[in-house]
Write a protein that binds this ligand. Structure first.
Ligand SMILES: Cc1cc2nc3c(=O)[nH]c(=O)nc-3n(C[C@H](O)[C@H](O)[C@H](O)COP(=O)(O)OP(=O)(O)OC[C@H]3O[C@@H](n4cnc5c(N)ncnc54)[C@H](O)[C@@H]3O)c2cc1C
Ligand code: FES
Ligand code: FES
Length: 484
């Protein structure tokens, strides 16, 4: 653990800044990046919802990967300031360049002006930052990529077409800006920050905040401070802080554990470190596991996916965690680790109830291993939400069927989210399908069993009856597609 307590460093406006937490500075370790940036004069960063839904607070962080900066749009309202230790922060205030005493707009800003992409302007800095991250990472964005990248930014008055048009006309050949000119220097400075202060141990404003740089350190902290709340991307926890005003007095932040941010393709499975982002997970599974990729495509927004992790989705054990039904259907396993031991179990066995798991107080989720579909497997995912983007599920499902050479079912797993206190299997329907073919008739019979099998709750999203019908219809819809 670094001896330099209570400070973090990051790059803002081209300079390495050091923030000291405590009474003297008045900055507490649980301040959001959004509020810090506004206090630091970056007033372009707006607060809309404070829960990741509107995108008004979007900023871009640059992290180093293989000696290059990688730019990611994130919701600054969901990020605790210590999480950005060792990153570069770019806001709409940082974009323009000073040339001969004149502020010259960044090409992204100019494109938006040229296409009349702003009216009242409240959403504009957030939209500009989403466009900036797109400009930095995709040479020729198609309309569908642009829409996907802007799905997390709401605009109440301009309408989206001018913004999409502006994003389409980025000059492909002109991807140089002051950030690319300074990239080498930026990477050097970020690496130096990590070299000088690899781990954080902050004790200020009545809060203890650990951000270890290695799993070994993290597990030691977990043993000694088991009451510390584990955060990874913090997209679940930060909403509770901002909206439900929960008080947390100690944190164990895993966002610095580079060793758990990986994906590894094996012969019959794909393995993920629990701290990889959902966005990176999507890139890794796109061709190997389309059903998982489809689910990830409708997971939150680009900004949320750049923060959220599978470790957090599993750790939350929410009945509507979107990755869970499909991963359970695919027989995914997780690995848990404490300082001395590792153990592995099926994800299905790990979740025991409403936000309840078998994790012990000294353990962390370290790995997720998902078997890949084979030629004999049919695997599908479904999500029903009130709107397509940035919405959590009303009902979700993951189906996995294994067929023998005659097309009869050797195994069937039908897993539903939103139907009970935790993701659950429709066991009667599964049993009914066993050793049968996937004909329309057989599937319809099983779908009626799905309807009868669950006793979901009614809430603001849907009544119990709607949920039952939705679950039934998802299976029917699979049957119709399969027998087309
Ligand atoms: C606007 C918005 C949209 C969203 N959309 C979706 C969506 O479409 N689908 C969906 O499923 N979810 C969605 N979510 C919820 C959330 O993003 C996901 O649950 C996400 O996967 C949480 O990951 P995280 O790393 O941010 O979790 P965190 O908030 O960091 O942690 C969540 C929980 O997991 C525990 N935890 C995290 N990592 C570990 C670990 N390695 N070991 C042990 N425990 C751990 C934490 O202690 C905490 O209890 C959304 C959230 C927001 C704010
Ligand atoms: S303030 Fe709405 S997403 Fe952050
Ligand atoms: S320009 Fe007014 S909300 Fe987008």
């Amino acid at each position: 653990m670094s001896k330099q307590k209570n400070i973090i460093r990051f790059i803002l406006d081209g300079k390495t800044l050091e923030v000291a937490f405590g009474e003297k500075s008045g900055i507490s370790p649980d301040i959001s990046l959004l509020h810090y940036l506004r206090q630091a004069g970056h007033k372009s960063v707006k607060e809309g919802c404070g829960e990741g839904d509107c995108g008004a607070c979007t900023v871009v962080i640059a992290e180093t990967c293989d000696g290059k900066p990688v730019y990611k749009a994130i919701n600054s309202c969901l990020v605790l300031l210590p999480m950005i230790h060792g990153c570069q922060i770019i806001t709409a205030d940082s974009l323009s360049e000073d040339k001969d005493g004149q502020a010259v707009l960044h090409p992204v800003q100019k494109a938006l002006v040229d296409h009349h992409g702003s009216q009242c302007g409240y959403c504009t800095p957030g939209i500009v930052m989403s466009m900036f991250s797109l400009w930095k990472s995709v040479q020729h964005p198609t309309e569908s990529i642009i829409k996907r990248r802007l799905a997390g930014n709401l605009c109440r008055c301009t309408g989206y077409q001018p913004i999409i048009d502006a994003s389409k006309q980025f000059p492909a050949t002109l991807r140089q800006d002051k950030f690319s000119e300074q990239a080498k220097e930026t990477v050097r400075s970020l690496e130096l920050i990590y070299k000088e202060i690899p781990s954080l141990d902050i004790e200020a404003s009545g809060i203890r905040y650990f951000r270890p740089a290695s799993l070994k350190e993290a597990l030691k902290i977990r043993r000694n401070f088991s009451e510390a709340v584990v955060i990874n991307g913090a997209t679940d926890i930060a909403v509770q802080l901002n909206k439900h005003k929960i008080k947390i007095s100690s944190y164990l932040d895993l966002s610095g554990l580079i060793e758990l941010k990986y994906s590894k393709l094996q012969d019959h499975s794909i393995e993920f470190g629990s701290c990889i982002t959902i966005e990176e997970m999507g890139v890794a599974v796109k061709s190997k596991f389309p059903a998982l990729y489809e689910m990830i495509s409708v997971f939150g927004s680009h900004q949320i996916r750049n923060l959220a992790t599978p470790g957090g989705n599993i750790g939350s054990a929410s009945p509507i965690g979107d990755l869970l039904p499909l991963m359970i259907a695919a027989s995914a396993r997780i690995e848990l680790q404490n300082e001395t031991k590792k153990r592995s179990m099926l994800l299905e066995e790990f979740i025991t109830g409403y936000h309840e798991t078998r994790m012990k107080p000294d353990e962390l989720i370290t790995k997720i291993i998902i078997p890949l579909p084979t030629n004999a497997t049919l695997i599908r995912s479904y999500k029903i939400s009130r709107r397509k983007d940035v919405d959590i599920s009303t009902v979700s499902a993951g189906f996995c069927f294994e067929l023998d050479q005659e097309g009869k079912l050797q195994s069937a797993k039908l897993v539903f989210g939103g139907m009970a206190a935790m993701p659950v299997r429709a066991s009667a329907a599964e049993k009914h399908l066993l050793h049968k073919s996937l004909t329309r008739q057989n599937i319809r019979e099983a779908a009626e069993m799905v309807y009868a099998e669950f006793n979901p709750i009614s809430d603001a999203r849907a009544s119990a009856e709607s949920r039952r019908l939705l679950a039934r219809n998802l299976l029917i819809s699979f049957g119709e597609d399969h027998n087309k």
